[in-house]
Design a binder for this molecule. Sequence first.
Ligand code: DGI
Ligand code: FE
Ligand code: FE
Ligand code: FE
Length: 187
Amino acid sequence: MDREKALSIVKEQLTERRYIHTIGVMETAVALAKRYGEDEKKAEIAAIFHDYAKFRPKEEMKQIIIEQKMPSNLLIHNDELWHAPVGAYLVEKEVGITDVSILMAIRYHTSGRMDMSQLEKIIYIADYIEPNRNFPGVEEVRELAFKQLDETLIKILQNTITFLMKKNQAIYPETIDTYNFFVMAEN
Ligand code: DGI
Ligand code: FE
Ligand code: FE
Ligand code: FE
């Protein structure tokens, strides 16, 4: 699918602000793909569709999680986690994307997972550092992203986990597993 077609499909699913974020993720993901020799076309499509399900009604997402036998612990955790696996499912079903590596990058863009592929890392990182993001510390992560992917992942996971803990929020086990996996691999 070409970029313009993909963008026109996703635009209908998103708010203006989220669509602008999506363009930022797309440009960043393609730049990272170039830097690391990843498939640029796959990075582009995965980035364009990564937040496809962001604005689906919670009830619809909940039903898909149950019917499709997705991990049931999603339902006891923050509903902000749901749009990633549900998005992967809907992008296949409604848009007809069948490339498993692209669907995995969408599915794991929020929690990450142990032993992520390079494409999954690129989408996870691009989502965090795209130009419209302005969290404290994002500039440092932007620089690191073009030097070393795994160190960048660890930094983002540290920031995310710390941020959630400060807000007294639960940490999804897969987020912790991802953090542990990459920290242990480094040391
Ligand atoms: O969809 P985006 O806003 O572009 O970004 P995202 O999909 O990476 O994250 C969506 C939200 O999920 C974000 O507000 C933080 C939250 N989140 C990420 N990891 C965890 C989490 N929330 C909880 N409770 N636990 C997590 O491990
Ligand atoms: Fe997201
Ligand atoms: Fe993210
Ligand atoms: Fe996003």
